[in-house]
Design a protein around this ligand. Structure first.
Ligand code: GLC
Length: 564
């Protein structure tokens, strides 16, 4: 393998994201828990993945399912205890699995003692932990909130006759990072978890942390798309550098930022190694591809184009050719299921499109992230009734829509494809009642297709299953560092049905062919040297190795050839 001087475990690892509420219930309350993850550790290990990213498990009143933290050093009661957590960490270490936690420090819960104090009176020592706007200054300049029914990020609090800022729900007040004491508190809590032995953090909306505390009127250009404004705070980079210096540089850990609003031209500002800020981040260009501009949760009317999909990945790959490092993902707990969105979840195409997408993620440069259930091709549940939804984002937007006299049917139509709950339905383990997730009533409905073959048990027994293909592909990525570090070259860029590229270094070269089409496809690939080629893997009956530049792929077929 051609070694770059800066190889790293977090570049070579495959990440498995676990949404704890939906993984495995053991306590019998219909909610997944930490002991459930412990019970499934051998399964996780059997996947061949290296790193687990755990969505928040801290103490929380659960307004936003754990993204509203009331104690950063304790565990949410529903999910277990600190003893359970310690046992989980130990079980992971025994299996050589790394554990990455979610760090949610743009905001806390309004039930955090800091905020309880802060709102008591204007001269409380915790007042400056949050952003307050005294009412005698008039109505504060407009700021948008994601989960507020009125989309207003300022909430009036009568107790001190002032407004506080919350870019998310009113139970998620934004912490004041411009206050050095707040930053020290955050560094301390990070150290607390690192000293326990956790291996890194995924940093929730980290781009939003810095604010101009004068709160000027939002510049005109950001009206209608405020995210890039939020992501451009005046001290963002100095805060990240300080965090690195004070905490991260003292441990061998990884960081992945939620890169909301990061423009590709500024990518290296965050992850250029010499700047000492973050290791990598999630960009949102792909997640925006089929959405209205500035609307993370509203689908565009027309379908997305494969040429654009390719362009996004090709552009982002080129950013990290020499410096920094990228991440690659097709879904997470905030977006619908990958196979339903980028593949095709109808029965005839489900297997091939799920495995084709696995092939894609595992043959690209950048650390690949999978959400639990993606390995077995879990699909969107597409709830018809608002009563079935659990996510604050859907529920509050539904209320906004009703208040504005919108069309509920249109709303649900959108939500069936765009809603976050699609990604949050319980893990499908087997064909027993409730898919083996719980003996109680699950906190959110389970996708009925677990009774078919979308479950772990059935797929473990079938050598050609989506799951077994996933394991084979992970093993292939592990075997060839070229797939991690090698150069990426896009072929046939104008093709709207086929994504073709090579990954190459001095030791190996791979040709990857992916069909994103429901029909059989013939195409011509000039200039590929097949002299020493061998077929490495395919999700369908693959064309053998040949010296002919004409290829024919079945619907959603994926093929990887090793060229030398
Ligand atoms: C991030 C999380 C999301 C959460 C929000 C507020 O976007 O991924 O789930 O709702 O931040 O914390």
């Amino acid at each position: 393998m051609a070694k770059k001087s800066n190889q790293n475990w977090w570049k070579e690892g495959v990440v498995y994201q676990i949404y704890p509420r939906s993984f495995q219930d053991t306590s019998g309350n219909g909610i997944g828990d930490i002991r459930g993850i412990i019970r499934r550790l051998d399964y996780i290990q059997s996947l061949g993945v290296d790193i687990v990213w755990l969505n928040p498990v801290y103490k929380s009143p659960n307004d936003d399912h754990g993204y509203d933290i009331s104690d950063y050093r304790d565990i949410m009661e529903e999910l277990g205890t600190m003893a359970d957590f310690d046992e989980l960490l130990e079980g992971m270490k025994k299996r050589n699995l790394k554990l990455v936690m979610d760090l949610v420090v743009n905001h806390s819960s309004d039930e955090h003692p800091w905020f309880i104090e802060s709102r008591k009176c204007r001269d409380n020592p915790y007042r400056e932990y949050y952003h307050w706007w005294p009412a005698e200054k008039g109505t504060p300049p407009k700021r948008w909130s994601f989960f507020d029914v009125e989309e207003n990020a300022w909430n009036y609090d009568g107790q001190t006759d002032a407004y506080y800022l919350h870019c998310f729900s009113e139970k998620q007040p934004d912490l004041n990072w411009e206050n050095p004491t707040v930053r020290q508190e955050i560094y301390d809590l990070m150290k607390f978890w690192f000293d326990k032995g956790v291996d890194g953090f995924r940093l929730d909306v980290i781009t939003f942390i810095s604010k101009d505390t004068d709160f000027p009127e939002l510049p005109e250009e950001y009206n209608g798309d405020f995210i890039p404004f939020y992501a451009n705070g005046p001290n963002l980079h100095s805060h990240l550098k300080e965090m690195n210096q004070e905490v991260l540089s003292h441990y061998d850990v990884m960081t992945v930022g939620e890169g909301t609003g990061i423009h590709i031209d500024r990518a290296l500002d965050f992850v250029d190694e010499d700047r000492k800020e973050l290791n990598m981040f999630f960009h949102f260009d792909l997640m925006d591809l089929d959405r209205e501009k500035g609307q993370m949760f509203t689908m565009r009317k027309e379908k997305w184009k494969l040429t654009e999909f390719k362009q996004i990945h090709t552009k982002w790959d080129s950013v990290f050719e020499q410096k920094g490092w990228g991440s690659i993902y097709l879904n997470n707990h905030d977006f619908p299921r990958a196979v339903s969105r980028w593949g095709n979840d109808s029965e005839s195409y489900w297997h091939n499109s799920a495995t084709m997408l696995h092939t894609f993620l595992l043959t690209m440069r950048g650390t690949p992230y999978f959400l639990n259930g993606e390995e077995i091709g879990m699909t969107n549940i597409k709830f018809e009734n608002i009563e079935d939804y659990r996510d604050i984002n859907t529920l509050n937007r539904f209320e906004t829509m009703s208040n504005e006299g919108g069309d509920p049917q249109e709303f649900i139509k959108n939500e069936k494809h765009a809603g976050r709950d699609n990604a949050r339905t319980p893990m499908q383990w087997d064909t027993s009642p409730n898919a083996g997730f719980t003996h109680a009533t699950p906190w959110i409905k389970i996708n009925e297709n677990y009774k078919r073959d979308v479950n772990v048990q059935a797929q473990e027994l079938d050598k050609d299953s989506v799951l077994n293909y996933f394991k084979r592909m992970v093993a292939i990525r592990k075997q060839y560092g070229t797939l991690v570090y090698g150069d990426y070259t896009l072929l046939d860029p104008e093709n709207e049905e086929i994504y073709a590229y090579t990954r190459t270094d001095s030791e190996n070269s791979f040709l990857i062919l992916l069909s994103f089409s429901t029909t059989e496809n013939q195409f011509l690939l000039e200039g590929v040297d097949f002299e020493h080629a061998r077929l490495l893997i395919s999700n369908d009956s693959a064309p053998g190795v040949k010296k002919d530049p004409r290829f024919k792929l079945a619907p959603y077929q994926a093929v990887v050839y090793q060229l030398y």
